[in-house]
Design a protein around this ligand. Structure first.
Ligand code: ZN
Length: 68
């Protein structure tokens, strides 16, 4: 039997120019984290996370903080 050692893979039909590449990448940008107000202390915190200021989550203190 004749065995051909050929690998097939996707080949781009045409080169993507610098401009096209850069235009596509204009959508790649970082955004600031979303914040909500802590119901306990009013500090701006990230949602669904324990408040780093007062250690509260869902109305309970879950983490001890240095503040009283
Ligand atoms: Zn808090």
């Amino acid at each position: 039997m004749l065995k051909l050692d050929i690998q097939l893979f996707a080949v781009p039909f045409s080169k993507v120019s610098k401009t096209r590449k850069r235009m596509r990448r204009t959508h790649y940008k970082i955004e600031a984290n979303q914040t909500v107000k802590c119901p306990k202390c009013g500090e701006l915190i990230r949602p669904h996370r324990v408040c780093p200021n007062c250690g509260n989550y869902k109305g309970k203190e879950v983490v001890k903080t240095n503040e009283a």
